[in-house]
Design a protein around this ligand. Structure first.
Ligand code: F6P
Length: 352
């Protein structure tokens, strides 16, 4: 059996743990296994760059961040663009897959990756996928791997900022990753004790932010921590169609800091941890999750159940057809339990 594996899109913690899970499962059960690591995501499949891998190469990577296979972003919308040879990336991948006589490809990726995986699957490529992204916005799974680790990193930032904000009586705006989905900001904000959490899903009112800061100041707590997702918008910004928004390259956090600085005498600071959130080792919870997903993906291959994504639903690892996953995303429902519980704790979402 000849299997390829690739990691695609932005990296996250746990990719190596998941690759190891797949490899261990397959090497343990398939006597004639030939496992190939495809380099840098879909780019490797497009250009035919892969190498045969042995089981020992997956040793010692359980706790390592990044991906031993490398990754790249190959946007789905460019997959059918014709190149100078009058062919496209999707066709090149399908041809390479057939030429190399792969039996299946294991694909670890997020939403964009799943659209391409689905297209491959519809064109005769046997595919099994694993849900990877710190954004936790993949449809069909309760969680994606990397999310727990990113929340842990982001909470670490909020924790650290708390004491210095209190010492100086400052307002800290901490801008966290998440362009369309605010999961990391919501969970890290709760874990890190933020007073206010601003999400892409809930356009906020700057006056509401100011009111909260002033209320805290009056009550003797002269510092505030605001966790804002990179995709958060004010109500005014959200009312403008996306293409017409002119933010001049500014970020959500910098725009909020500018507004607050104009209205407050208090010192307002911005902190953007950026890729710190995606770096470093996976948490033990992610290592366990990735190992389970890897084992389940290996099992699907052994059973020849293709065109599916392994997923967590409730407490069980299941698999979901790519037809149900591709082209959808899972943002934070504005009436979800965790969000309502955060409100009960007195956390503001800038909409009151
Ligand atoms: O993986 C998703 C994500 O982490 C987003 O939250 C973020 O906007 C984006 O990736 C940034 O990724 P990069 O800078 O690697 O393109």
């Amino acid at each position: 059996m000849k299997i390829g594996m690739l990691t695609s899109g932005g990296d996250c913690q746990g990719l190596n743990a998941a690759l190891r899970g797949v490899a261990k499962t397959l090497f343990g059960a398939v006597p004639d296994l030939e496992l190939y690591g495809i380099q840098d995501g879909y780019r490797g499949l497009i250009e035919g760059i892969w190498r045969k891998m042995e089981l020992r190469e997956f040793s010692g990577i359980l706790r390592e961040g990044g991906t031993i296979l490398g990754t790249s972003r190959q946007p789905f919308k460019t997959m059918r663009d014709l190149n100078k040879d009058n062919t496209d990336k999707l066709t090149m991948m399908i041809n390479n897959y057939k030429k190399e006589k792969f039996d299946a490809v294991v694909i670890l990726g997020g939403n964009g990756t799943h659209k391409t995986a689905h297209a491959l699957s519809q064109n005769g490529v046997n595919v099994v996928t694993l849900p990877k992204t710190i954004d936790n916005d993949i449809y069909g799974t309760d969680y994606s791997f990397g999310f727990d680790s990113a929340v842990s990193k982001a909470a670490e930032v909020l924790d650290a900022v708390n004491s210095t904000a209190a010492s100086h009586g400052r307002v800290f705006v901490v801008e966290l990753m998440g362009n369309k989905a605010g999961w990391v900001t919501l969970y890290a904000g709760i874990a890190g004790g933020a007073e206010m959490i601003l999400l892409p899903e809930i356009p906020y009112d700057t006056m509401s932010v100011l009111r909260l800061i002033e209320k805290r100041n009056k009550s003797g707590r002269n510092f505030s921590i605001i966790a804002i997702a990179e995709g958060a918008l004010t109500k005014e910004e959200a009312a403008i169609p996306k293409k017409e928004r002119k933010n001049g390259g500014s970020t959500s956090g910098s725009r909020l800091v500018k507004e607050l600085t104009e209205h407050l005498e208090q010192d307002v600071r911005l902190l953007v941890p950026g890729h710190f959130q995606r770096g470093g080792d996976p948490t033990p919870a992610d290592r366990i999750f990735c190992s389970r997903l890897g084992a389940a993906a290996g099992e699907l291959i052994i059973k020849k159940k293709f065109g599916r994504m392994v997923a967590l639903q409730g407490k069980s690892i299941v698999s979901v057809p790519l037809d149900e996953v591709a082209g959808k995303s899972k943002t934070v429902p504005i009436d979800c339990e965790v969000l309502n519980q955060a409100r009960l704790l007195g956390i503001s979402f800038g909409d009151d």
